[in-house]
Design a protein around this ligand. Structure first.
Ligand code: NAP
Ligand code: MG
Length: 497
């Protein structure tokens, strides 16, 4: 399978630095695999510290001397972002194909994510001309006002589950605020980030404003975090790596935004529309093969409707399993996990679930798909009678594995929902509006969905409480993380107003 052949200029063996494709200093590469087949797609450049120095130099030069911040107006920057969005829309089919091949996600979902990526650039294009400061009524005969200025060189380190979309969540607001960016995609899914670099360049972004560097997170990613020439790290990934990044960033007092893991509670109350709740539970835990940071992996069900909910949910999981197959087939509803390693890690959690006494009611094993014998496919999996203390109720599995936990009443489910080190997302299914809003206030999570799940919009902030991280992606909130506030004082004496 050739990789998205229409990307004629895409050079996966190279890095995109300073507005051009460049060989890595060492010339080393590593294979990028299609997890649905186990076959190699292409060899990708494996950067090292020498390449990071070049990337930082390019981004630094573009920030300190280039036209992006100094000569181009906010309106010009907005137009550039709109052009990037246009480029993404023009090449939407090819980008979706790259995402599907690289991660194993169903093509029809990949297409939706490409459109959301374009919308993200359009949303932040509008912000360029609206990022102003304030005039502040201070004491004394002074004029005081604030300016919002870009932070500088931003390192955006992103995961593989929504490679292109999450890259846009960082790159678009960072650029809108006038920063320059070094984008480091996950090693499992480097292709769409490289394509984005090319699209941005074709859209007329000045050289060095967006650089794309590929290579292992432990070396290349960490080198960016440690580099004195980088001003801010915006990271999405695991809590474990997030902690290491926060520690390393302290040495240079870098600004850090962390979007980390989750174990999000999906609460089904006795008065819920059960059909809708089952659909929501499905979307919550099986969408993108469960490899979603906000996945509704703990389903807390009020005792009264527990049995009926579980029966319907298990039935839905069996039906979904029939829609699993070739990610490039437009009818496919469930694809493969990102890698054989990820599949094995999920299967080990399933074994733990059984060993600790949870009841397996669906899936729990590898799917055999004709023609895709080497693919990392897993059946949609449901465990019932999970205790909040079980490993599968506490740890992020990052796969299509739901843990159903019983609750006696509203207080019991809310207490169990909050019994986690994470706080990324949550959901409530109920027909009672008052109850829904009251519970929304009690949940310690960055997002609460009421009678819906996994809804996103570029305008609405997304991020975590507790060990799910801090800072926000999306919305106006993301811009705060990409700007510094400067206070300017002007002496107005001897004039008195
Ligand atoms: P990961 O292992 O933490 O990797 C994320 C990114 O960090 C990758 O680009 C990775 O590069 C890089 N990296 C790895 N080690 C690093 C280090 N020591 N220093 C700097 N960078 C490093 O996470 P993942 O397995 O790709 O993604 C799954 C995790 O992301 C889950 O925990 C999920 O919940 C979380 N996630 C959170 C959100 C959110 O918005 N909160 C969204 C999506 C995913 P390599 O690929 O080269 O290792
Ligand atoms: Mg891949």
């Amino acid at each position: 399978m050739p990789i998205a052949p229409k990307f004629a200029t895409l050079k996966p063996g190279r890095l995109f630095l300073g507005g051009e494709w460049q060989e890595s200093v060492s010339g080393a590469t590593s294979p990028d695999v299609n997890p649905a087949t186990g076959a190699k797609l292409v060899d990708v450049a494996k950067a090292d510290r020498a390449d990071i120095d070049r990337a930082v130099a390019a981004a630094r030069k573009a920030f300190d001397e280039g036209p992006w911040r100094k000569k181009m107006s906010a309106s010009d920057r907005g137009k550039a972002l709109l052009k990037i969005a246009e480029g993404i829309r023009k090449r939407a089919d090819e980008l979706a194909e790259l995402e599907s091949l690289d991660k194993g996600k169903p093509i029809r979902e990949a297409k939706g994510q490409v459109w959301l990526t374009a919308e993200c650039f359009e949303y932040y294009a509008g912000w360029c001309t609206k990022l102003g400061g304030e005039t502040i009524p201070v004491s004394g005969n002074f004029l005081n006002y604030t300016l919002r200025e870009p932070v500088g060189v931003v390192a955006a380190i992103v995961p593989w589950n929504f490679a292109l979309l999450i890259a846009a969540w960082k790159v678009a607001p960072a650029l809108a605020a006038g920063n320059t960016v070094i984008l480091k995609p996950a090693s499992e899914t480097p292709l769409s980030a490289l394509a984005l670099g090319e699209i941005a360049h074709e859209a007329g972004l000045p050289p060095g404003v967006l650089n794309v560097i590929t290579g292992p997170g432990s070396s290349v990613g960490m080198a960016l975090v440690e580099h004195a020439g980088v001003d801010k790290v915006s990271f999405t990934g695991s809590t474990e790596v997030g902690k290491a990044i926060q520690r390393a960033a302290a040495a240079t007092v870098k600004r850090v935004t962390l979007e980390l893991g989750g174990k999000s509670p999906n609460i089904v109350l006795a008065d819920a529309d059960l059909e809708a709740a089952v659909k929501g539970a499905q979307l919550g835990i099986f969408f993108n093969q469960g490899e979603v940071c906000s996945a509704g992996s703990r389903i807390l069900v009020e005792e009264k409707v527990h049995d009926e909910f579980v029966a319907r949910f298990a039935d839905a999981a069996q039906k979904l399993a029939a829609g699993q197959g070739d990610p490039l087939d437009p009818n496919t509803r469930l694809g493969s996990q990102v890698s054989e390693g990820q599949l094995k890690s999920i299967l080990a959690y399933c074994e733990k679930g059984k060993a600790e006494g949870a009841k397996l009611v669906a899936g729990g094993e590898r799917s055999k798909i004709a023609g895709f014998e080497n693919g990392a496919f897993l059946k949609p999996t449901i465990f019932d009678d999970v205790s909040p203390d079980h490993t599968i109720a506490r740890e992020e599995i990052f796969g299509p594995v739901a843990a159903v936990i019983r609750g006696n009443d509203v207080d019991d489910v809310v207490e169990k929902a909050n019994r986690t080190i994470y706080g990324l997302a949550s959901a409530i299914w109920t027909r009672d509006v008052k109850k829904a809003h009251a519970i929304a206030r009690r949940l310690r999570a960055g997002t609460v969905w009421i009678n819906c799940y996994n809804v996103f919009d570029a305008a609405s902030p997304f991020g975590g409480f507790k060990q799910s991280g801090f800072g926000r992606d999306l919305g106006a909130a993301a811009l705060e993380g990409f700007t510094e506030v400067k206070s300017v004082w002007v002496d107005l004496s001897p004039y008195t107003p």
